[in-house]
Design a protein around this ligand. Structure first.
Ligand code: URA
Length: 218
């Protein structure tokens, strides 16, 4: 009989819940400055992706941002240019941000769960996510965001350490490292599935409302 992992592997769905078994402990607070973090990501050989990527992609934007946007992993364009979400999905992400009054780089920082591109844009594997986790935790420690927006099934499931479907994860406020986290669809998925754009708009409004409730006018 096929195991659950076999079935999901047949479907091309990575067993991200295995993170529970493989994730290392958080790196000690204060381990990184922005400079040492950028250097560590640039030189990182902690997983096999270092042998196929062009460069590590740390993130882009305001390092004191209230909003932290987390996607899955760099794609081909990001791997080449060294910046997250620069391709077609990035254009849609910028439009999504603009729809709630936000702009890349202005109170917004954008990164990915993985800092290196999986070859052929295959799904990230649990050991790769685990190897990259200290970098994401360091970014959160340095940025101290007020709200995290997780883009897509993979980012949501790996951050929340769950295999729940994205349809069930969206529409409510979670927490990651103590920071409120809202889930929405990945812009690359929305480019293919126009019918979910209205739901993504609801998610963005939830994120905006949550942020506003956290930061009352002075
Ligand atoms: N998709 C992602 O999840 N991240 C990127 O940086 C680009 C595409």
């Amino acid at each position: 009989m096929l195991s659950r992992d076999d079935v999901f592997s047949e479907l091309g769905i990575g067993p991200v819940w295995r993170l529970r078994e493989t994730a290392p402990e958080q790196s000690a607070p204060g381990t990184y400055t922005w400079d040492t973090l950028a250097d560590a990501v640039a030189r990182c050989t902690a997983c096999k992706l270092s042998t196929t990527r062009t460069q590590g992609v740390l993130g882009v934007g305001d390092r004191n941002a209230d909003w932290l946007i987390i996607g899955e992993a760099p794609g081909a364009d990001e791997d080449r240019l060294g910046e997250p979400f620069v391709g077609q999905a990035g254009k849609l992400l910028d439009a999504m941000l603009a729809s709630i009054g936000l702009k890349r780089g202005d109170n917004v920082y954008i990164t990915n769960v993985l800092k290196s591109r999986p070859p052929g844009n295959r799904n990230p594997e649990p050991d790769e996510v685990a190897a990259c986790r200290p970098y994401l935790l360091a970014q959160i420690e340095l940025i101290q965001p007020k709200l995290i927006l997780a883009l897509g099934r993979f980012a949501a499931q790996s951050l929340l350490d769950t295999d729940e479907a994205i349809a069930r994860l969206r529409g409510r406020v979670h927490r990651f490292q103590g920071v409120p986290l809202v889930v929405t669809y990945h812009p690359a998925y929305l480019l293919r599935t126009l019918s979910d754009k209205a739901r993504a708009w609801e998610d963005l409004c939830l994120a905006r409302r949550t942020y506003t409730s956290l930061t009352p006018d002075p």
